[in-house]
Ligand binder design. Structure first.
Ligand code: BJ8
Length: 426
């Protein structure tokens, strides 16, 4: 980073030494994984810049917004509706939980057999290393998996500004009523935070902004149907990761710029890997920055990732919100309708997800699916068994990987991935 942001980080209460260490690890991993890729689209330069300024310029922008009276809301889950935050003059940012930090301290609060994503959220707080977390005026936790809902009981007192949203566990009418009710309650809480009443007009405008972002991501996804793949899975994942904290309008424009470039590549049959490179669909737990381990292993083992069935991917961005309503009730119903379709593994039963995975494998012409389960994540690991069965029933090979954020098992995973790719090639 060219600018010195030390004073800003200090004002936010970051532990400068630990923060430096984290930035060092992040920067080195990024250089080794992303900047060594061949045939990257030029448009990825924007995302390289965003990543180099992820704790710098973007945080400064958020703090400048705060100085103008805007509030920042941090979230850990795609069930928190960005539309409502934007309509009440707040900015929603994803609180990434993709790296181990301060693990000894974390294990004073959480059992060892807690998933790495939850541990990471605690590590970032306890280590005082995340400027997004520290600049947030409100942090939203959601009652999704058991790990998260119990962990929020301990995270609340550590942050002092945690708001907990209840979520249904079944796709029933009662479940949908609960979600709608919780979104009303969230709207009231955000209005109280910002002092700005949401109106049908502001909500419609916010729906438009968020839909535009999702449409750009849909465009990017669909371009990956082609062979040769015009963009790597790592770069596409990065775009999805950045969508959680970039300015929405700027992000949308940048994704369209890449898509324009990819269309030209497709016309010229130019890919990131040669035609007929084995194509993998990645499915499972979300991958937050800087969790790039598995995609990196896959794409350095002779395959290309052509889609992500994940909350940092198609599950998170799949559906648009119907913005045609004119009253508050109609628009809030439309928001609840849209989010109720998210097929997170915390729902039981969750048959829609099986259908989405098989559809995606067919749409993106995947030769095989790798299911990624974070160790100790019961919902996704349990669901990986029926997922594998549904895929194998359709003759789509599936490999189930269970891992965490450490690199100790990277060699072993690489061996399994290479064997899987061999199997696909036949
Ligand atoms: S909508 S996937 S973002 S909850 S990996 S913490 S499930 S034990 S992250 Fe998620 Fe919302 Fe669902 Fe998406 Fe628990 Fe599993 Fe850990 Fe997880």
């Amino acid at each position: 980073m060219g600018t010195d942001y030390t004073a800003m980080w200090k004002d936010l209460g970051l532990n400068l030494e630990s923060h430096d260490a984290l930035l060092g690890v992040l920067g080195n991993a990024y250089k080794d994984i992303f900047l060594t890729q061949k045939n990257r689209p030029e448009g990825m330069g924007y995302f390289d810049f965003v990543m180099s300024e992820v704790h710098g310029l973007r945080i400064k922008e958020l703090l400048d917004e705060k100085a103008q009276g805007r509030k920042i809301i941090g979230s850990y889950c795609v069930f928190v509706p960005e539309e409502i935050a934007l309509a009440a003059n707040a900015t929603l940012v994803g609180l990434c939980s993709g790296a181990d930090f301060a693990m000894e301290e974390v294990e004073r609060y959480l059992p060892r057999n807690t998933c790495a994503l939850i541990k990471s959220a605690f590590g970032f707080k306890l280590g005082q290393v995340c400027p997004y977390l520290e600049s947030a005026d409100m942090i939203v936790g959601e009652n999704t998996c058991d790990g998260k809902k119990k962990a929020y009981e301990s995270l609340g007192p550590l942050t002092g500004n945690l708001y907990v949203m209840d979520l249904p566990q079944t796709k029933s009418d009662r479940g949908k009523d609960l979600l709608r009710h919780e979104y009303d309650r969230f709207k009231t809480a955000v209005e109280a935070l910002t002092g700005v009443a949401v109106t049908p007009e502001s909500l419609k405008e916010a729906i438009k902004t968020v839909n535009a972002k999702r449409e750009a991501l849909h465009r990017l996804s669909l371009l990956r149907k082609t062979d040769p793949a015009p963009i790597s899975g790592l770069d596409a994942l990065l775009a999805n990761q950045v969508s959680f904290y970039d300015n929405p309008a700027r992000f949308t424009a940048s994704v369209h710029t890449i898509c324009d470039e990819l269309e030209k590549r497709i016309a010229g049959k130019q890919g990131v890997a040669p035609e007929k490179t084995p194509r993998i669909l990645l499915s499972g737990c979300p991958m937050a920055v800087p969790n790039w381990k598995l995609p990196w292993i896959i794409e350095t083992s002779g395959a290309v990732i052509v889609g992500e069935e994940s909350c940092v991917g198609e599950r998170g961005a799949r559906n648009l919100t119907d913005g045609s309503g004119t009253t508050m009730d109609e628009l809030m119903d439309a928001i609840a309708d849209r989010y109720f379709k998210v097929d997170c593994a915390i729902f039981t039963p969750n048959g829609d997800r099986l259908g989405h995975i098989t559809d995606m494998a067919e749409t993106y012409q995947a030769d095989g699916v790798i299911h990624y389960g974070l160790q100790f994540c019961q919902p996704y690991i349990m669901e990986s068994i029926p997922v594998e069965k549904a895929l194998e029933d359709r003759n789509i090979p599936c490999l189930r990987i269970e891992t965490d954020y450490g690199m100790e098992d990277a060699g072993q995973i690489k061996t399994r991935v290479e064997a899987f790719i061999e199997r696909i090639i036949g």
